[in-house]
Write a protein of this length. Structure first.
Length: 714
């Protein structure tokens, strides 16, 4: 018989104030016994009911244990009827088996359900509490069939204190140390705990000092990353042997201006790093060129591109127009740019890619003067050409569906992206037959304007965080790969402050054209809440590597609502969707953490590092002895220096009572000097012996510390 480990803390399930389908969802906090509760997932929801199931809102979520040691969750259907949501979980991180169960046919409204397994009856006892405070008990073995409710007198639900901000309707479940650790690792904040710059360094006199270029940072979940180090070597004298301490600062990049804006008014930003054209890193940025409320007829009418040697250089880099829409109001083609033959406004979400060695830009445009008649389009420049030269580009038209595919591009379609995995090449895009869904198909890289497989439905908005009262959206996909997985990040909800970033993931060796291969994370990974109101509606992102080879996310977000221009509604004619960049951290499970703060990435105490540098020179065989004699009751020290080398060596002895320069001491010779201490006793200490000579035509200096014993007179 297995014995369960002792409980040492608790998990608290709760919803938050607000009364909406985005707040009435499962939130979790944990705390060891005697410690304060800490909200998980940045005090955001970790489980949303599938939208449209019941009221799509939880009330009074409660956790319980199954007889096999796994967990269960029940929550009332917004305390509006007799139904409860039921889930199972092996670890309280992921939940499966959503069920909306009817607990009774007697019209009892359930505000809260508390569950406990009874081994005696081999069934669950469920206490149903009504909004008015009455209580009933039912039993069930499967949360499908329930016994007839029996009225009972039940104690009041325990009141919990110290809850996270906004938490209501909370309940607690005791957990073991190991179970708490799993929750903390999976849903807690990932913070920097250690920094290591490697071993101390030795360098020969007159040599070149080489210090570690990067520091290894360790994190609370077991993950690691490397960042560069800026060293201060001013304390090191490479001509003098000895030990020196050098300090360095971990190089934590800052992108954009003081408000975090890299490029103003460039929504849907796409940054592509290319190391091939010149052999050095080059960064390209494109994005949607906006309209304004004052001039809605100009904008979303051109493809733009800029280039710089660094990410921050993109802020001031000169922008070129590569293509104008067919109905652009005032196209200027003096730089060699063309006016599109078939592409009308609106031009949205351009992306620069290298496919089969050539440059391609995927973008969205309308096929007519109806601005909503939009489809994914494509343009090309030869791979050996300069993509900043507008005349190198040619318009290829619209992406075509595979023969027989009656789903792809049959309605409003946009935001196409490209990726390769295991030798196969794919396009992912958003399509809006009703809701805005994500679709995916394979291409032949030699002809990327033609899909070669029927498209699949990759994702549809099925959680409350993916929708508002007026919009139901999955769009703006962008792909990352690890050694084992493919990650499709996408944007959801509405193009305002509710915009957020979600995640789909699949094993790299899986069948990527089977929807069941993909798993959607049930909550958003980056929202306005992660910025404390300073950035609103983060989304429509791309990924690239910074100058140190570390991944960054490039995304757009609006400023604080208080800074919106007068009359701005956060819609498409509000140009304040600014391009921004922040670092990405890869968690121990391989997924990208998008909301890590700067202090979590590098703890303030770990920003300064140090090493010992030992400058090693040719050894000089010299030594010294210290003897003492008493003169008139006072100690007199006699320092004798010896040169055992075969050539003259200049020697200087320094004690607490003076210094004596002996000058050149001949090979094999000694010299002595007396130091009057004027003390009846002296403690044990050391004399510093400095030796200087010329060896093989080069000056060599060596310092040695020679200890001596205490001495007393009288």
């Amino acid at each position: 018989m297995a014995v369960k480990a002792q409980d040492t803390g608790r998990a608290v399930a709760y919803v938050r104030t607000g009364g909406t389908a985005k707040t009435e969802v499962l939130h979790l906090a944990i705390g060891a016994d005697g410690d304060p509760l800490v909200a998980l997932n940045n005090n955001k929801g970790v489980l949303y009911p599938t939208f449209g199931t019941g009221t799509s809102q939880f009330a009074n979520p409660t956790l319980f244990r199954n007889p096999d040691g796994s967990f269960g969750l029940v929550a009332a259907d917004n305390a509006a009827n007799g139904r409860i949501f039921v889930y199972t979980s092996k670890d309280l991180v992921s939940f499966t088996g959503q069920k909306l169960a009817t607990t009774n046919t007697q019209g009892i409204t359930v505000a809260r359900a508390d569950v406990a397994y009874d081994n005696g009856i081999r069934a669950y006892r469920v206490v149903l509490r009504t909004p008015a405070g009455a209580a009933y008990e039912v039993t069930t073995t499967d949360f499908t069939t329930f016994s007839t409710p029996v009225a009972i007198t039940a104690p009041a639900a325990p009141a919990l204190t110290g809850l996270p901000a906004g938490a209501i309707e909370a309940s607690a479940l005791p957990l073991t140390t190991a179970e708490l650790a799993v929750l903390q690792k999976s849903l807690g904040r990932i913070v920097n705990t250690t920094v290591d710059v490697g071993d101390d360094v030795e360098v020969a006199v007159g040599g070149a000092l080489e210090l570690p270029a990067k520091a290894q940072l360790g994190y609370s979940d077991g993950s690691t990353k490397q960042l560069g180090v800026n060293w201060d070597t001013s304390t090191v004298d490479l001509d003098t042997p000895g030990e020196y301490t050098v300090t360095g600062t971990v190089n934590q990049p800052v992108y954009g201006d003081s408000k975090g804006i890299l490029v103003p008014e460039r929504a849907d930003p796409w940054v592509f790093r290319d190391d091939e054209r010149t052999g050095e890193a080059e960064y390209y940025l494109t994005g949607s060129y906006p309209t304004t409320q004052a001039n809605p007829g100009v904008g979303y009418d051109r493809i733009v591109l800029r280039r710089a040697d660094t990410i921050n250089g993109l802020t001031t880099a000169q922008e070129q127009v590569l293509l104008w829409s067919r109905n652009a109001a005032a196209p200027n083609t003096s730089n060699g740019s063309k006016i599109a033959v078939g592409a009308y406004r609106y031009f949205w979400a351009p992306e620069l890619h290298k496919i089969n060695g050539d440059w391609y830009i995927l973008f969205t445009s309308s096929r007519s003067t109806d601005v909503w008649n939009i489809r994914p389009a494509i343009m090309r420049a030869p791979g050996d050409s300069d993509p900043m030269v507008a005349s190198n580009w040619e318009e290829l038209g619209y992406i075509k569906a595979a023969p027989g595919d009656s789903s792809a591009f049959t309605s409003f379609s946009l935001d196409m992206t490209y990726f390769e995995a295991n030798g196969k090449h794919y396009m992912v895009w958003a399509e809006k037959p009703g809701s805005s869904d994500l679709r995916m198909a394979e291409i032949d890289p030699s002809n990327p304007s033609q899909l070669i497989t029927p498209s699949i439905l990759l994702s549809t908005p099925n959680y409350a965080w993916e929708r508002t009262a007026s919009q139901v959206i999955n769009e703006g996909p962008a792909v990352l790969k690890s050694d084992d997985e493919v990650f499709v990040y996408f944007s959801a909800s509405e193009v305002n402050e509710t915009y957020s970033i979600g995640l789909l993931r699949a094993p790299l060796d899986g069948d990527l054209l089977k929807q069941s291969t993909w798993k959607k994370t049930g909550y958003p990974l980056l929202t306005s809440d992660d910025f404390g109101g300073q950035q609103n509606g983060p989304g429509h992102n791309s990924f690239t590597l910074d100058e140190n080879g570390n991944p960054v996310i490039v995304y757009h977000a609006r400023p604080p609502i208080s800074e919106w221009i007068p009359g701005a509604d956060g819609g498409l004619n509000d140009p304040s969707r600014h391009a921004r960049v922040k670092t990405v951290h890869f968690a121990a499970d391989g997924s990208a953490v998008l909301n890590q703060t700067r202090d979590e990435e590098v703890a303030p105490a770990n920003r300064t590092v140090s090493l010992t540098v030992t400058v090693v020179g040719p050894a000089l065989d010299v030594d010294a002895t210290v003897t003492a004699r008493c003169v008139a009751g006072k100690v007199v020290q006699v320092v004798t220096v010896k040169n055992a080398e075969g050539f003259p060596v200049s020697l200087t002895a320094t004690t607490a009572f003076g210094s004596k320069a002996f000058g050149p001491v001949a090979a094999g010779k000694s010299a002595s000097a007396s130091f009057t201490t004027r003390q009846p006793s002296v403690p044990a200490a050391s004399v510093t012996l400095k030796a200087t000579a010329t060896v093989d035509g080069k000056p060599v200096t060596v310092e040695k510390e020679i200890a001596y014993s205490a001495a007393t007179c009288g």
